[in-house]
Each structure stands twice: as C-alpha cells, then as structure tokens.
Design a protein around this ligand. Structure first.
Ligand code: AGP
Length: 605
C-alpha cells in the first residue's frame, strides 16, 4: 500500500526519493509524487501513472533539491487523481506525505474550515497538513507534536516546511516508519528497503514517536514528548531490482521458486524442536490449552489448513478467525490460548489490530508466523517463526502461502510431540515428508503445460466453482481467491458436501467446477459430490493424485498429480491452482502482478 520516503542531504536527493518509490511499487499504488524545498517554499511533481513516469518527469524538468519527501498512494479518501496525490501542501508553506487513515478527519476539517483553511483535495491527509500549519510557530517539530495529539486513527507522516531547510519531521502511530542514519545525510521511510544502499543503519520508530532528521542528527520524542533513543540496527535490506529471469511475471517466478522457498523454511537440524519458535517456547506450549489463529486473505486460508493439522496431530482445539472480524466482535478470551498471527508482510493493519485486541483481553501468549523479520508484527509477539520465502512481489501470494503451511505443519507436529501424540516413527515419517517436499513440488510444477491447456477454456468463463473436502477445502478457497484476484473471474469455493445445500443451483454446462481430489479418507464422498455435478451437465476439472482412480471422460477432465502426499498434500495441491489462475489471467491480459484495486501490504483497515 502507500509508501513514504524522506531525505536530507548535501546532494540532489530526488533520485533517492524516486528510487525509493520504485522499490515500494510492488506494494500497490495508484498515484505518486515527490516534493523538495526550494527558495520560495516546497515544489512538487505528482502523477497518476507509474513511478517510471514520475522519474521521467523529474528528469525532464531538472527537478532537484537537497531536502524532500516522496510517496506512493493507494486511494482511501478521494479518488486516485492528481489533486489527491501526495505530497499535499498547506498554504504553499509545508508539504506532507501520509500513510494510514485519520478517523476524525471530518470534525478536524470542519474546525479548520472555520479558521479559514481551504481544501484542495478530498484526502484526510490535507487535514493533517493544515493542522500542522495552524500550529506552526517557527518550530516544525513542536507543530507536528501538537498536531498528532489531535489525530485519531493510523498514520505515518513526513513533513517539510519552507522555513526549515535541511529538516524533515516524521511521526508514526499504527503505520510503520524507520529512520535511516547516513553519513552527513539522513533518511525516513516506511520500509528500510526504500533507502537501502544509502545506509544500512536503521531505527524503528515506536507508537506515538515524533522524529526530526537533519544533516547531522536525528531527534526522537516519545508519545509523551520526552526525548527518546531507539536502538539502531544494521539491516541489510536488499534494494536492488529482483530479476525476472526467464519468467513473464513475478507471480510465475514466485510459483516456481516454491521448492527453494520451502527448502529454506524447513530447519536444517531438528525440524520439530520447540526452541525454533523462541527460547521460552517450550514453557509457553506446555501451558496452553487451545490456539486462536488470526489472519486475513490467503494467510487466513493457511490458518484454516493449520486447524485440521493441529487438531488431528496435536489434539489441541484450534479456532481460526478473520482478523478484521475478530477485532470488532465480543469474544470470550481464554488466557490459556496461544494467539497465532499469520502474515506474509507482518504489516497488515487488521491482523496487527486483532493481535493487540487479543493482548488487551489478557491473552499474553502470542506467536507470529511471518515472512518479514523486521515487521511490526514480529516485534509484537512473544514467539516467532520466520518463513524464508524471500521477497514476494506479485500481489497474489504464492510462495508466502506454501511456506506458511510448512511453518504451521511444523507447529502442529511440535505441539503433538510435546503432548505425546506423535510417536518416534510418525515423527520420522513427517520429517521424511518435509524433506522430500521440494522434490515433490518440482514434479507438480512440471504439470504446467497441461494446466495452460485448461487455462484456454477458463479464460472464456465468467464464473467458476472450486470444491474440496477436509484438509483440501481451504485449498479450494485459496484456488478461488487466486483466480478472482488476478483474472477477475468470479469464483467461489465450497466444501463439496455443501453443494446440494444451495450452490448446485448454479451448475450448468457453462459452469466449470474445479475439484481438488487427492486419495484421502474423503475421496469416495467427494466422488459422489462430483456425480451430482455431472448429472446436472456441469464440467469438472479435477486435480487427482496417482491413486485417486478418477479418469477423464465426458464432462470430466483430470490432471493427475505425480504422487499422493498424505497430510502434506494441501501444499502440493495448491500449486496447480496457482498456475491455473496465473495462466488464465495471462490469457485475459490482466496486470497479473498488480491486479486492479489491490495492494501487496494492506496497511489500512
Ligand atoms: C493474497 O493473494 C492476497 N493478496 C491477500 O489476501 C493477502 O494474503 C492478505 O492481504 C494478507 O496479507 P498478509 O499475509 O501480508 O497479512
């Protein structure tokens, strides 16, 4: 979602500000802009095209400066137009960029209007700009401190003022902001990645912090206005472009990286040791009586799969909730429950808020399964398990999902072992399955040509149903989500037993029904559900495995997975669904890596 970069230097920093935006592009945005301080006040260039266009414009105009801020915006308040693009000005005196949402912007706007302020945009950000302007008495830091006290909601901001050269003031609450310490120059960014290469020394601002960067120093105050020190970490964020290599899109590349990503996520030594989750994990795991998993989107489907594993292997009751629902409903907290948050980015606003909500209800045992070590979520939990998917650029999550599944399977077996439900022989078998997983995935990826042939047919459809049962129901949900988010085909998933309770009414010859059909305990039940579809003329597209004994016939096409993979079968079965969505989207000519209206990191509610 939105991205912030700020810099103070003795060189022209526009290339740094624009390059920072380019690195944050993958998170999703619909407009962008950059502002620098000039002799007469701030100057800006904004656009609703790509960062590359902004770059071309700034070069053409010889747009230069030594103090500046830049932004990629994902529209929340106001359409993605030039007027709403950041940086936003107040009275040609100050410029601001903002990530997050200000909930009380309407009342603040009314109060500012009453003071004579005029609004040139529909953004909540302009309220902050005018508020800071109204409080400015020659000290930008103090004005920002005063302004943020009046804000309700989430924000990370960076501000420059015409009377304070070589100064950028930032503040954060609910949205991340880091300070980059350079030599004779300093930086602000919503992610260290944006300015990596200019410095590798970063401090993560805390909730309510206000900071000021100048040429030779950084000043930070906490939410009570007291001077604060934040630990400076050496962070080797990789800022270079991720090469596409032989692939057409990052999503395709990331699908094919899954054997490597999974191999990297499986610990080299004992994969089921409690200490993998943190030094005191054993003690925590011994004291819990249930799990509460909180996540959004694809990560939520990983959680749903984990419920099957944890309840069957470790025999521990597990609830899975959509984070944005959990945070606002009255629930019955259980202090002996382990709260598990799952997130690729570790920045998802709803998941972070749900975690804090659970903590506020007295649930102190928390674990993050996350792909970003430096993310806010990882800082908030007692225990952590980091997945090693590597940077995922495609908005549609693929390798992050399968590595989350690996982490959650490891959690299930670890808990099962501690509770005496996993014998040595079973443990050895699970270990063997895990170690062989990358090779098994390579076998599945080799099915791509067959899946491309199916994609030809899907590209002409406007609807699709996905069916699965048991462990593979969440995989059907994930397959449907992948198809809708990148190909814009309406897709729904059902546990196959639910068909006759409603969705069967939708089944006609025009309705493709994708079925995930491994040879597990529910296969015979699933076959009956498939007959219900065939009897109504529906077209079945079945992913079976070697032992499923389902063959292609009239109204049924089968792609056979190379091997049956037992409890880890969901990790294999999701891959052809990713490929089907990907190739269908390619044939429909959509923007696969940056689907419309979506963002990679959903940092607002
Ligand atoms: C997946 O393809 C999605 N784009 C989306 O559902 C994503 O999984 C969700 O926003 C959660 O993100 P997170 O894992 O970074 O928390």
């Amino acid at each position: 979602m939105c991205g912030i970069v700020g810099a103070v230097a003795q060189r022209n920093i526009v290339p740094v500000l624009v390059e920072g935006l380019r690195r944050l592009e993958y998170r999703g945005y619909d407009s962008c802009g950059v502002a620098v301080l000039g002799a007469e006040g701030p100057r800006r260039v904004r656009g609703t095209e790509r960062v590359a266009d902004l770059d071309a414009q700034t070069q053409e105009m010889h747009f230069e400066g030594v103090t500046g801020i830049s932004h990629t915006r994902w529209a929340t308040h106001g359409a993605p137009t030039i007027d709403n693009a950041h940086p936003i000005f107040s009275n040609n005196a100050l410029a601001i960029v903002h990530n997050g949402i200000i909930e009380n912007y309407e009342s603040l706007r009314d109060a500012l209007r009453a003071k004579g302020y005029q609004f040139a945009s529909q953004t909540d950000t302009e309220v902050i700009a005018h508020l800071i302007h109204s409080l400015y008495r020659g000290d930008l830091f103090a004005a920002v401190q005063g302004a943020v006290r009046e804000l309700h909601g989430a924000y990370a901001i960076a501000v420059i003022h015409k009377d304070q050269p070589h100064t950028v003031v930032g503040a954060r609450a609910g949205s991340p902001l880091v300070v980059g310490y350079g030599k004779g120059e300093n930086f602000l960014a919503s992610d260290a990645l944006a300015v990596a290469g200019n410095t590798d020394r970063f401090a993560y601002l805390e909730e309510g912090d206000v900071c000021e960067i100048t040429l030779d120093g950084v000043r930070i105050a906490d939410r009570d206005g007291h001077a604060a020190q934040r630990a400076v970490h050496a962070v080797q964020a990789y800022g270079g472009a991720v090469e596409l290599g032989p692939y057409r899109h990052y999503m395709q590349k990331e699908i094919f990286e899954q054997p490597r990503a999974i191999g990297d996520t499986i610990p080299a030594a004992d994969p089921f040791g409690a200490d993998l989750f943190g030094a005191n994990a054993r003690e925590v795991f011994d004291g819990i009586d249930s799990l509460l998993i909180l996540a959004c989107g694809t990560s939520y489907y990983a959680g749903l799969t984990a419920k099957y594993w944890i309840e069957s292997i470790a025999k521990i009751r597990t609830d899975v909730e959509i984070a944005s629902e959990y945070r606002y409903r009255d629930s019955v907290p259980n202090p002996r429950s382990l709260v598990v948050t799952i997130s690729q980015s570790g920045e998802t606003a709803d998941t972070i808020a749900a975690l804090k909500h659970a903590q506020s209800l007295g649930m102190k045992h928390t674990l993050a399964v996350c792909n970003v070590a430096t993310s806010a979520m990882v800082q908030l939990t007692e225990l952590k398990f980091l997945t090693h998917a590597g940077r995922e650029i495609g908005v549609a999550s693929t390798k992050a999902f399968t590595t989350q599944l690996v982490a959650l399977f490891i959690l299930a077996v670890t808990l099962g072992k501690l509770r005496g439900h996993v014998s040595d022989a079973q443990e050895a078998e699970y270990q063997k399955l895990l170690r062989h997983l990358p090779a098994a995935l390579n076998g599945v990826l080799a099915l791509e040509p067959q899946i491309i042939a199916w994609a030809d047919e899907f590209a002409r459809k406007e609807n699709a149903l996905f069916l699965g049962r048991g462990l593979h129901y969440p995989i059907a949900l994930e397959g449907a989500l992948k198809l809708k988010e990148i190909s814009y085909i309406h897709a729904e998933a059902y546990p196959a037993g639910e068909l006759k309770h409603g969705p069967l009414a939708l089944v006609t010859e025009a309705m493709p029904v994708v079925t995930v059909a491994p040879n597990d305990a529910l296969l015979e039940k699933l076959k009956s559900n498939m007959q219900e579809v065939r009897a109504r003329g529906g077209k079945l597209y079945v992913f079976a495995d070697a032992d499923s004994h389902i063959v292609s016939d009239d109204g049924i096409q089968v792609i056979r997975m190379p091997e049956h993979y037992g409890l880890l079968s969901p990790i294999l079965h999701v891959v052809p669904l990713q490929l089907l969505a990907y190739h269908t989207a390619c044939k429909r000519g959509t923007d696969v890596d940056k689907p419309r209206n979506l963002a990679k990191s959903v940092t607002v509610e």
